[in-house]
Design a protein around this ligand. Structure first.
Ligand code: XMP
Length: 512
């Protein structure tokens, strides 16, 4: 792999994704990992990420100079670039000239390997207070900015290079090209990380692991479990059984989509459990968001356990497929105790006495890779490109108690919003489009000649890369108008449509 050494900013994941977009496999490791452990992973290259520290600060994470003597290509970015300069006896200092945001750089004649044939003047994304003031011996300086006399350097003989700017962000237009130059031309890596190779590798790995044993998977209707199951099915065929729990909190058409389209595309054994009565019974009268989440989680386990036992009675099941993604792995391994903002319902909370071994074929993948693999496995676009939908479903999009009638109102409004978004061709430009029913709020309206006293519906379209942060989507006013008109015309109980214009933070994406 290419190792991305995380110096403690959010950049490491983005760098890892960009490397993979260049079809090279990458993994994130903490900067506290000893160099010997890094080298034991036999890295094709090492990338030192940016970070919030200042190189000369007490306690700032250092780079062990031993890293550079091992013959492994190394690329430093921002803080990693400065740390690299210092470790190799160059110089970095606090010049007091900060650069933040889009910044022009001037490429030196030739541009070296990293910047050759790219525009001599170009904009890059900077975010630094310190800068490299002298490149280490043997390095060629290939670019400068007003605040960074050394903005890029390279020593192609030793296969070492670095940049002060952030090539991984979209605001650096030639950034991906710079990264490719490092990977292909300086480090000499072949771009072989493609969907088909990933599928082949994972299919082999699952076969080797599972042998002739039986495997179970809980399908949620979401992309991750759908792709994970399809991958495992490709590996072990009918040894896999999927369980889909319809908790009655799904949107219009969702259960059917899983039952028909998904099975048609994959040929997977699917057991559908209609448990809506059980869930709605348990949720009756409950208004507290955390209570709702806990109830759905608990009931899910009960239903799933029962289904699993039935399947197990037909033949012993040893493995459980989970659609865990790489960011979950990185974040839970990060060790930083993040506050529990919402308890996310997940199959991960299965009780110990079920005693399955986990099969997680997507553990090394990012969401966009999972989608590509889903497509390569032949899953329908409606499943592969689906927006994320929370496990507790519509229960946390009804503000107030949940019942059949309210679910029906929300489903109708939600379907209109989704239909219109799709008709406008904007599915891809929106990360997610929750529609929320304020079931305990009423407002006065007028329709025909009469007074109405109905409920508001909230439209919550957001754009995001990873759901950790989000911005409200600036949907065209015409589209919002159309959705509003249709909802108030077609859903009798709704007389008001509002748009949520809160980013995350401070709002979360879901209302509960
Ligand atoms: P929030 O509301 O925390 O949501 O900004 C972030 C993302 O997570 C989804 N979400 C969930 N997904 N189980 C899930 O599988 C859950 O309990 C859950 N709660 C929120 C939400 O839709 C958004 O994509």
């Amino acid at each position: 792999p290419v190792l991305v050494v995380d110096f403690g900013a959010q950049y490491a994941q983005l760098i890892a994704r960009r490397v993979r977009e260049a079809h090279v496999y990458s993994e994130i490791v903490p900067s506290s990992m000893p160099v010997s452990d890094m080298l034991a992973k036999r890295p094709a290259a090492i990338i030192l990420s940016g970070g919030p520290s200042s190189v000369y600060e007490a306690g700032a994470p250092q780079v062990d100079p031993g890293l550079f003597g091992a013959g492994v290509p190394v690329f430093g970015i921002c803080y990693g670039f400065q740390a690299m300069a210092v470790a190799l006896a160059g110089e970095a200092s606090h010049t007091g000239q900060r650069e933040f945001g889009g910044t022009p750089i001037t490429v030196a004649a030739g541009g070296g390997v990293l910047l050759r044939d790219l525009p001599a003047e170009q904009s890059v994304w900077m975010s630094h207070g310190d800068c490299v003031t002298a490149a280490p011996a043997g390095f060629v300086v290939t670019a400068a900015s007003p605040g960074a006399p050394v903005a890029a350097f390279e020593d192609t003989g030793r296969r070492l290079a670095g940049v002060q700017f952030h090539p991984e962000v979209a605001h650096t237009p030639h950034g991906q090209e710079v990264l490719r130059r490092f990977l292909y031309d300086i480090a000499g890596i072949e771009p072989t990380w493609t969907s088909n190779n990933i599928i082949e590798e994972q299919v082999e790995a699952v076969r080797a692991r599972v042998g002739s044993k039986r495997v179970l998977c809980a399908l949620s209707g979401g992309v991750d479990s759908a792709v994970a199951a399809a991958l495992v099915h490709r590996a072990v065929g009918d040894q896999l059984t999927c369980v889909f729990v319809d908790h009655g909190l799904l949107r219009a058409g969702e259960a059917e989509q899983v039952e028909k389209d998904y099975v048609a595309a994959t040929g997977i054994n699917l057991k559908v459990v209609d448990a809506s009565e059980q869930f709605l019974g348990a949720l009756a009268g409950v208004t507290d968001p955390e209570q709702k989440r806990k109830i759905v989680g608990r009931e899910f386990i009960r239903v799933f356990e029962r289904a699993a036992r039935e399947i197990d009675a037909e033949g012993h099941v040893e493995y459980l497929v989970q659609g865990t993604l790489y960011p979950d792995v990185v974040e839970s391994g990060g060790g930083t105790g993040t506050a529990n903002i919402k308890s996310h319902h997940n199959v991960g909370g299965l009780p110990d006495d079920l005693q399955f071994e986990l099969v997680e074929p997507l553990r090394t993948l990012f969401k966009d890779e999972v989608r590509q693999i889903g497509a390569a496995l032949g899953l329908p676009e409606e499943i592969v490109m689906r927006h994320p939908f929370p496990g507790p479903g519509l229960s946390i999009r009804i503000i107030g108690a949940v019942d059949e009638e309210r679910l029906a109102i929300l489903r109708a409004a939600d379907l209109i919003a989704r239909e219109e978004l799709t008709a406008a061709g904007l599915d891809r430009s929106v990360w997610q489009f929750p529609v929320v029913l304020l079931a305990d709020v009423r407002s006065v309206g007028v329709q025909g000649d009469g007074r109405t006293y109905g409920h508001p519906i909230v439209l919550r379209p957001v754009s995001s890369d990873d759901a950790m942060t989000a911005d409200w989507s600036r949907l065209p006013h015409e589209l919002i108008a159309k959705i509003s008109t249709r909802i108030t015309n077609e859903v009798r109980e709704i007389n008001r449509v509002v748009v949520d214009v809160t980013s995350k933070p401070p709002g979360t994406i879901e209302w509960e």
